[in-house]
Design a binder for this molecule. Structure first.
Ligand code: GLU
Length: 274
């Protein structure tokens, strides 16, 4: 195909997909694979070690590497991936309205979310924890926050929900992103940030000496790849890809490369859900 016809075809596809976002098959559906189309994948853009859009525009992180591997198994080269930012509160919507084919974005598998989307995986298990400034000594766990501390988390996340459900004496401020919470922690607007330990460790490694993770994890977060509900064929393919990544050693390599610098040792990958 000539350059010109290829790019005009892409333009037509772009216009078509913008007008008809529900027509996922023509707009990067994972099933077609490898014929020159693109696949749109949602991830975080501000979580170092997991999903990060770097200043030069490149993407990095464990979620990004898992998504790239899965896309590769579906027939898409890294150049064929279009990354879309998927903030915590928007993930189910992005999947349901067809704006993304899949989401790998520190996305915990929960029963409530499974009513709206399907999950492949889990591909990682972590747990909710707390991040404080290095010089803080009186925050030791969630219960110590009830003593007039201000806690930051993200709207639409499981850690924010857990605080609301189980520690309602805590003053919770919800932002759209964890990087906004980290700014607030840095400048003293909040006393602690809560989310999954791997995310917090990534921020701690990004600002050496500024923060520390405290206490023991107090939830279980099982990361899955979010998919449109009912596409069991795609879910099977994504699960097969995750399994292959784990068995081949690529999973551990990606974990060590992305999360090793944050001081986390690669765990054994969890078994996939049936
Ligand atoms: N894993 C949790 C969740 O899915 C917290 C991390 C996040 O907000 O991305 O809600």
């Amino acid at each position: 195909m000539s350059r010109k016809s290829r790019s005009s075809r892409a333009l037509v596809a772009l216009a078509f997909c913008a007008v008809l976002p529900l027509t996922a098959t023509a707009c990067g559906d994972g099933g077609s694979g490898g014929d020159g189309d693109t696949i749109v994948i949602g991830t975080k853009f501000d979580q170092p070690g997991l999903g990060m859009k770097n200043p030069d525009g490149s993407m990095s992180g464990f979620d990004v590497d898992v998504a790239k591997y899965v896309a590769g198994e579906l027939g898409y080269s890294p150049e064929q991936i279009e990354w879309k930012e998927a903030p915590s509160a928007q993930r189910e919507n992005l999947i349901q309205n067809g704006q993304v084919t899949m989401i790998a974005a520190t996305y915990s598998i929960t029963d409530a979310r499974k009513e709206k989307v399907d999950f492949a995986g889990p591909y990682l298990v972590t747990g909710q924890s707390l991040l404080v400034r290095s010089d803080n000594n009186d925050i030791t766990g969630p219960a110590s926050l009830e003593n007039n501390k201000v806690l930051c988390s993200v709207s639409g996340s499981t850690p924010a929900q857990k605080i609301k459900d189980e520690y309602n004496g805590v003053q919770l401020q919800q932002y759209d992103t964890y990087s906004a919470c980290i700014e607030a922690l840095k400048n003293g607007a909040v006393d602690a940030v809560t989310t999954d330990e791997v995310i917090l460790a990534g921020y701690a490694a990004q600002s050496p000496g500024a923060f520390k993770v405290v206490g023991e994890p107090f939830s279980e977060e099982r990361y899955g790849i979010g998919l449109k509900k009912g596409d069991s064929d795609l879910r099977t393919k994504v699960n097969d890809a995750i399994k292959k990544m784990e068995d081949s050693g690529a999973w551990k390599e990606a974990f060590d490369r992305n999360l090793g610098p944050a001081g986390i040792a690669a765990p054994t990958p969890p078994p996939l859900d049936s």
